[in-house]
Design a protein around this ligand. Structure first.
Ligand code: AHG
Ligand code: MN
Ligand code: MN
Length: 322
Protein backbone atom coordinates (compact mmCIF):
# COMPACT_ATOMS: atom_id res chain seq x y z
CA UNK A 1 0.00 0.00 0.00
CA UNK A 2 1.56 3.21 -1.15
CA UNK A 3 0.81 6.40 0.76
CA UNK A 4 -0.70 8.92 -1.61
CA UNK A 5 -2.54 6.34 -3.74
CA UNK A 6 -5.77 7.74 -5.13
CA UNK A 7 -8.90 6.09 -3.67
CA UNK A 8 -10.21 4.87 -7.01
CA UNK A 9 -6.86 3.27 -7.90
CA UNK A 10 -6.62 1.65 -4.47
CA UNK A 11 -10.11 0.17 -4.78
CA UNK A 12 -9.43 -1.18 -8.26
CA UNK A 13 -6.53 -3.15 -6.82
CA UNK A 14 -7.95 -4.17 -3.46
CA UNK A 15 -11.68 -4.82 -3.82
CA UNK A 16 -14.46 -5.86 -6.18
CA UNK A 17 -15.93 -3.62 -8.88
CA UNK A 18 -19.28 -3.64 -7.08
CA UNK A 19 -17.87 -2.49 -3.73
CA UNK A 20 -15.74 0.09 -5.56
CA UNK A 21 -18.84 1.55 -7.18
CA UNK A 22 -20.71 1.90 -3.91
CA UNK A 23 -17.69 3.24 -2.02
CA UNK A 24 -16.87 5.77 -4.74
CA UNK A 25 -20.47 7.00 -4.71
CA UNK A 26 -20.28 7.40 -0.93
CA UNK A 27 -16.93 9.18 -1.20
CA UNK A 28 -18.24 11.58 -3.85
CA UNK A 29 -21.42 12.29 -1.89
CA UNK A 30 -19.38 12.95 1.25
CA UNK A 31 -17.10 15.31 -0.66
CA UNK A 32 -20.18 17.38 -1.47
CA UNK A 33 -21.44 17.12 2.13
CA UNK A 34 -18.01 18.15 3.44
CA UNK A 35 -17.99 21.24 1.24
CA UNK A 36 -21.48 22.09 2.43
CA UNK A 37 -20.44 21.65 6.06
CA UNK A 38 -17.40 23.91 5.54
CA UNK A 39 -19.52 26.69 4.05
CA UNK A 40 -22.60 26.20 6.20
CA UNK A 41 -22.31 29.52 8.02
CA UNK A 42 -22.43 31.40 4.70
CA UNK A 43 -25.52 29.77 3.24
CA UNK A 44 -28.79 29.55 5.08
CA UNK A 45 -28.34 25.90 6.00
CA UNK A 46 -27.55 26.05 9.71
CA UNK A 47 -30.21 25.33 12.30
CA UNK A 48 -33.25 23.09 12.36
CA UNK A 49 -35.78 22.20 9.66
CA UNK A 50 -38.66 22.33 12.15
CA UNK A 51 -39.40 18.60 11.68
CA UNK A 52 -38.46 15.56 13.76
CA UNK A 53 -37.21 12.19 12.56
CA UNK A 54 -38.80 8.82 13.30
CA UNK A 55 -36.96 8.77 16.62
CA UNK A 56 -38.48 12.06 17.69
CA UNK A 57 -35.19 13.94 17.34
CA UNK A 58 -35.23 17.39 15.81
CA UNK A 59 -33.75 17.41 12.29
CA UNK A 60 -31.11 19.92 11.29
CA UNK A 61 -31.17 21.33 7.76
CA UNK A 62 -27.79 19.69 7.15
CA UNK A 63 -29.12 16.28 8.31
CA UNK A 64 -31.78 16.52 5.67
CA UNK A 65 -29.53 17.82 2.85
CA UNK A 66 -26.87 15.18 3.55
CA UNK A 67 -29.51 12.48 3.39
CA UNK A 68 -30.75 13.72 0.00
CA UNK A 69 -27.22 13.91 -1.43
CA UNK A 70 -26.37 10.38 -0.32
CA UNK A 71 -29.57 8.98 -1.80
CA UNK A 72 -28.92 10.75 -5.12
CA UNK A 73 -25.34 9.50 -5.46
CA UNK A 74 -26.22 5.94 -4.41
CA UNK A 75 -29.16 5.81 -6.83
CA UNK A 76 -26.85 6.69 -9.71
CA UNK A 77 -24.64 3.65 -9.04
CA UNK A 78 -27.50 1.31 -10.00
CA UNK A 79 -25.89 -1.19 -7.66
CA UNK A 80 -27.51 0.01 -4.44
CA UNK A 81 -30.82 -1.72 -4.03
CA UNK A 82 -31.87 -0.37 -0.66
CA UNK A 83 -31.26 2.52 1.69
CA UNK A 84 -31.88 2.93 5.40
CA UNK A 85 -31.19 6.25 7.05
CA UNK A 86 -31.54 7.83 10.45
CA UNK A 87 -33.44 10.58 8.66
CA UNK A 88 -36.02 8.38 6.86
CA UNK A 89 -38.89 6.68 8.69
CA UNK A 90 -38.86 3.69 6.35
CA UNK A 91 -36.45 1.75 4.18
CA UNK A 92 -36.21 2.99 0.58
CA UNK A 93 -35.73 1.03 -2.65
CA UNK A 94 -33.17 2.89 -4.77
CA UNK A 95 -32.59 0.38 -7.56
CA UNK A 96 -34.83 -2.73 -7.83
CA UNK A 97 -32.10 -4.76 -9.57
CA UNK A 98 -29.28 -3.61 -7.26
CA UNK A 99 -27.21 -5.88 -5.00
CA UNK A 100 -26.20 -3.72 -2.07
CA UNK A 101 -28.09 -2.63 1.01
CA UNK A 102 -26.75 0.56 2.59
CA UNK A 103 -27.53 1.77 6.12
CA UNK A 104 -26.49 5.33 6.89
CA UNK A 105 -26.24 8.00 9.53
CA UNK A 106 -26.00 10.92 7.05
CA UNK A 107 -24.70 13.39 9.61
CA UNK A 108 -23.48 12.17 12.96
CA UNK A 109 -23.02 14.66 15.78
CA UNK A 110 -25.78 17.02 14.69
CA UNK A 111 -25.56 18.99 17.93
CA UNK A 112 -22.03 19.99 16.91
CA UNK A 113 -22.96 21.41 13.49
CA UNK A 114 -23.58 24.97 14.63
CA UNK A 115 -20.42 25.12 16.77
CA UNK A 116 -17.98 23.90 14.09
CA UNK A 117 -16.87 20.82 16.01
CA UNK A 118 -16.10 17.64 14.00
CA UNK A 119 -19.07 15.72 12.63
CA UNK A 120 -19.32 12.82 10.21
CA UNK A 121 -21.20 10.37 8.00
CA UNK A 122 -21.34 6.67 8.95
CA UNK A 123 -22.21 3.84 6.54
CA UNK A 124 -22.61 0.08 6.44
CA UNK A 125 -23.04 -2.12 3.36
CA UNK A 126 -24.36 -5.70 3.13
CA UNK A 127 -25.51 -7.85 0.21
CA UNK A 128 -29.27 -7.97 -0.32
CA UNK A 129 -31.08 -11.21 0.53
CA UNK A 130 -34.18 -10.71 -1.62
CA UNK A 131 -33.77 -11.36 -5.34
CA UNK A 132 -35.06 -8.15 -6.95
CA UNK A 133 -37.90 -5.64 -6.81
CA UNK A 134 -38.57 -3.69 -3.64
CA UNK A 135 -36.18 -4.30 -0.78
CA UNK A 136 -37.57 -5.84 2.41
CA UNK A 137 -36.78 -5.21 6.10
CA UNK A 138 -35.03 -8.62 6.18
CA UNK A 139 -32.48 -7.26 3.69
CA UNK A 140 -31.41 -4.77 6.35
CA UNK A 141 -31.85 -6.89 9.49
CA UNK A 142 -28.59 -8.78 9.07
CA UNK A 143 -26.03 -9.39 11.78
CA UNK A 144 -22.96 -7.19 11.70
CA UNK A 145 -20.70 -10.04 10.68
CA UNK A 146 -22.45 -9.96 7.27
CA UNK A 147 -21.04 -6.48 6.60
CA UNK A 148 -19.06 -6.31 3.35
CA UNK A 149 -17.98 -2.71 3.70
CA UNK A 150 -18.21 -0.20 6.54
CA UNK A 151 -16.82 3.24 7.11
CA UNK A 152 -17.21 6.85 8.00
CA UNK A 153 -16.14 10.25 6.78
CA UNK A 154 -15.07 12.78 9.40
CA UNK A 155 -15.51 16.48 8.61
CA UNK A 156 -12.90 17.97 10.91
CA UNK A 157 -9.75 19.99 10.39
CA UNK A 158 -9.33 17.56 7.47
CA UNK A 159 -11.95 15.48 5.73
CA UNK A 160 -10.97 11.83 6.07
CA UNK A 161 -12.66 8.69 4.78
CA UNK A 162 -11.97 5.61 6.91
CA UNK A 163 -13.27 2.26 5.69
CA UNK A 164 -12.82 -1.46 5.74
CA UNK A 165 -13.89 -4.11 3.27
CA UNK A 166 -12.75 -6.84 5.66
CA UNK A 167 -9.01 -6.45 5.06
CA UNK A 168 -7.87 -3.91 7.61
CA UNK A 169 -8.88 -0.34 8.29
CA UNK A 170 -7.63 2.34 5.90
CA UNK A 171 -7.85 6.12 5.92
CA UNK A 172 -7.93 8.45 2.91
CA UNK A 173 -7.62 12.22 3.24
CA UNK A 174 -9.51 14.57 0.94
CA UNK A 175 -7.27 16.84 -1.10
CA UNK A 176 -9.37 19.99 -1.35
CA UNK A 177 -7.43 21.13 -4.44
CA UNK A 178 -8.65 18.33 -6.71
CA UNK A 179 -11.48 16.87 -4.57
CA UNK A 180 -9.88 13.40 -4.58
CA UNK A 181 -9.19 11.15 -1.59
CA UNK A 182 -5.60 9.88 -1.18
CA UNK A 183 -4.28 7.13 1.10
CA UNK A 184 -2.94 8.72 4.28
CA UNK A 185 -3.47 6.02 6.95
CA UNK A 186 -2.71 2.49 5.70
CA UNK A 187 -3.74 -0.51 7.75
CA UNK A 188 -4.47 1.24 11.03
CA UNK A 189 -4.14 -0.77 14.23
CA UNK A 190 -5.89 0.62 17.27
CA UNK A 191 -3.36 0.78 20.14
CA UNK A 192 -3.93 -2.20 22.39
CA UNK A 193 -3.45 -0.21 25.57
CA UNK A 194 -5.56 2.93 25.44
CA UNK A 195 -5.48 5.64 28.07
CA UNK A 196 -8.56 7.63 27.03
CA UNK A 197 -12.19 7.06 28.03
CA UNK A 198 -15.09 8.76 26.30
CA UNK A 199 -18.57 8.86 27.79
CA UNK A 200 -21.20 11.46 28.58
CA UNK A 201 -20.35 11.52 32.27
CA UNK A 202 -23.12 14.06 32.89
CA UNK A 203 -25.52 11.10 32.76
CA UNK A 204 -23.74 9.33 35.63
CA UNK A 205 -26.74 9.34 37.95
CA UNK A 206 -28.65 7.32 35.34
CA UNK A 207 -25.94 4.66 34.98
CA UNK A 208 -25.80 1.27 36.73
CA UNK A 209 -23.29 0.89 39.56
CA UNK A 210 -21.11 -1.30 37.32
CA UNK A 211 -20.57 1.65 34.95
CA UNK A 212 -19.97 4.05 37.84
CA UNK A 213 -17.40 1.63 39.24
CA UNK A 214 -15.62 1.42 35.88
CA UNK A 215 -15.53 5.23 35.67
CA UNK A 216 -14.07 5.35 39.19
CA UNK A 217 -11.44 2.85 38.03
CA UNK A 218 -10.56 5.08 35.05
CA UNK A 219 -10.11 8.16 37.21
CA UNK A 220 -8.23 6.41 40.05
CA UNK A 221 -4.46 6.84 40.38
CA UNK A 222 -2.25 3.84 39.57
CA UNK A 223 1.27 4.17 38.20
CA UNK A 224 1.49 0.70 36.70
CA UNK A 225 -1.55 1.17 34.43
CA UNK A 226 -0.87 4.89 33.84
CA UNK A 227 -4.07 5.96 35.56
CA UNK A 228 -5.86 8.28 35.86
CA UNK A 229 -6.88 8.00 32.21
CA UNK A 230 -7.94 11.08 30.29
CA UNK A 231 -11.61 11.78 29.75
CA UNK A 232 -12.26 13.07 26.22
CA UNK A 233 -15.78 13.53 24.88
CA UNK A 234 -16.70 15.53 21.78
CA UNK A 235 -20.29 14.30 21.48
CA UNK A 236 -19.97 13.08 17.89
CA UNK A 237 -19.45 9.33 17.79
CA UNK A 238 -17.40 9.72 14.60
CA UNK A 239 -15.04 12.25 16.15
CA UNK A 240 -14.70 10.44 19.47
CA UNK A 241 -13.97 7.15 17.74
CA UNK A 242 -11.63 8.65 15.15
CA UNK A 243 -9.44 9.91 17.98
CA UNK A 244 -9.64 6.60 19.83
CA UNK A 245 -8.84 4.60 16.67
CA UNK A 246 -5.62 6.57 16.28
CA UNK A 247 -4.64 7.06 19.93
CA UNK A 248 -6.33 4.15 21.68
CA UNK A 249 -9.14 4.37 24.21
CA UNK A 250 -12.68 3.30 24.94
CA UNK A 251 -15.95 4.93 23.88
CA UNK A 252 -19.04 4.02 25.87
CA UNK A 253 -22.71 4.79 25.33
CA UNK A 254 -24.36 2.54 27.90
CA UNK A 255 -27.94 1.65 28.68
CA UNK A 256 -29.27 3.89 31.42
CA UNK A 257 -32.41 4.67 33.35
CA UNK A 258 -34.87 5.73 30.65
CA UNK A 259 -32.74 4.34 27.78
CA UNK A 260 -32.84 0.57 28.24
CA UNK A 261 -30.86 0.00 25.01
CA UNK A 262 -28.74 3.13 25.12
CA UNK A 263 -29.05 5.81 22.48
CA UNK A 264 -27.00 4.82 19.47
CA UNK A 265 -28.52 2.95 16.54
CA UNK A 266 -27.40 -0.59 15.84
CA UNK A 267 -27.51 -0.71 12.04
CA UNK A 268 -25.97 2.63 11.10
CA UNK A 269 -23.87 3.61 14.13
CA UNK A 270 -22.86 0.62 16.27
CA UNK A 271 -22.48 -2.05 13.57
CA UNK A 272 -20.26 -0.14 11.12
CA UNK A 273 -18.05 1.21 13.90
CA UNK A 274 -17.74 -2.28 15.39
CA UNK A 275 -16.79 -3.71 12.04
CA UNK A 276 -14.06 -1.06 11.71
CA UNK A 277 -12.68 -1.54 15.21
CA UNK A 278 -12.46 -5.30 14.79
CA UNK A 279 -10.62 -4.79 11.50
CA UNK A 280 -8.16 -2.62 13.40
CA UNK A 281 -7.58 -5.16 16.18
CA UNK A 282 -9.94 -3.62 18.74
CA UNK A 283 -13.12 -4.86 20.36
CA UNK A 284 -16.79 -3.92 20.60
CA UNK A 285 -19.60 -5.27 22.76
CA UNK A 286 -23.03 -4.26 24.03
CA UNK A 287 -21.91 -5.37 27.49
CA UNK A 288 -23.16 -8.93 27.05
CA UNK A 289 -22.16 -9.93 23.55
CA UNK A 290 -20.16 -8.88 20.54
CA UNK A 291 -22.04 -6.17 18.63
CA UNK A 292 -21.38 -8.00 15.36
CA UNK A 293 -23.24 -11.07 16.71
CA UNK A 294 -26.43 -9.18 17.58
CA UNK A 295 -29.51 -10.05 15.53
CA UNK A 296 -31.30 -6.76 14.75
CA UNK A 297 -35.05 -6.90 15.32
CA UNK A 298 -36.02 -3.63 13.68
CA UNK A 299 -34.28 -1.15 11.43
CA UNK A 300 -33.97 1.78 13.84
CA UNK A 301 -33.07 -0.44 16.82
CA UNK A 302 -30.68 0.94 19.43
CA UNK A 303 -27.87 -0.74 21.32
CA UNK A 304 -25.58 -0.02 24.22
CA UNK A 305 -21.95 0.00 23.11
CA UNK A 306 -18.48 -0.39 24.64
CA UNK A 307 -15.93 -0.03 21.85
CA UNK A 308 -12.21 0.57 21.57
CA UNK A 309 -8.83 -0.79 22.62
CA UNK A 310 -9.02 -4.40 23.69
CA UNK A 311 -7.54 -3.91 27.17
CA UNK A 312 -10.08 -1.23 28.06
CA UNK A 313 -13.12 -3.04 26.68
CA UNK A 314 -12.01 -6.19 28.54
CA UNK A 315 -11.62 -4.14 31.70
CA UNK A 316 -15.06 -2.53 31.32
CA UNK A 317 -16.58 -5.98 30.77
CA UNK A 318 -14.97 -7.28 33.97
CA UNK A 319 -16.88 -4.58 35.89
CA UNK A 320 -20.14 -5.38 34.11
CA UNK A 321 -19.92 -9.02 35.16
CA UNK A 322 -19.51 -8.12 38.85
P1 AHG B 1 -26.78 12.01 15.66
O1 AHG B 1 -26.29 13.42 15.58
O2 AHG B 1 -26.55 11.24 14.40
O3 AHG B 1 -28.19 11.89 16.18
O4 AHG B 1 -25.87 11.22 16.67
C1 AHG B 1 -25.55 11.79 17.90
C2 AHG B 1 -25.01 10.73 18.76
C3 AHG B 1 -23.52 10.45 18.61
O5 AHG B 1 -22.86 11.07 17.60
C4 AHG B 1 -22.93 10.89 19.91
O6 AHG B 1 -21.95 10.01 20.30
C5 AHG B 1 -24.07 10.91 20.85
O7 AHG B 1 -25.20 11.14 20.08
C6 AHG B 1 -23.96 11.97 21.87
O8 AHG B 1 -25.04 11.87 22.71
P2 AHG B 1 -25.12 12.70 24.07
O9 AHG B 1 -25.34 14.13 23.68
O10 AHG B 1 -26.28 12.08 24.78
O11 AHG B 1 -23.83 12.49 24.80
MN1 MN C 1 -25.30 9.61 14.92
MN1 MN D 1 -27.26 11.72 12.44
Amino acid sequence: MVAGTRLEDFLREHTTTDISKTLMALARACTVIGRMVNNAGLSDILGVTGTTNVQGESQQKLDDLSNQILMDYLTQTEICAGYLSEENDDIVTLCPTGKHIVSIDPLDGSSNIDVVAPIGTIFNVVNRLSKQGDVTPADFLQKGDKTICAGYVIYGSSTILMFSTGNGLHGFTLNTSDSEFYLSHANIRVPEKGKIYSINQGNIEKFDDSIKNFLNYCSATDKETSRPYSLRYIGSMVADLHRNFLKGGIFIYPASKGEAKGKLRLLYECTPMSSLIENAGGKSTDGKQRILDLQPGEVHERSAIFIGSKNLVDKAESFLKN
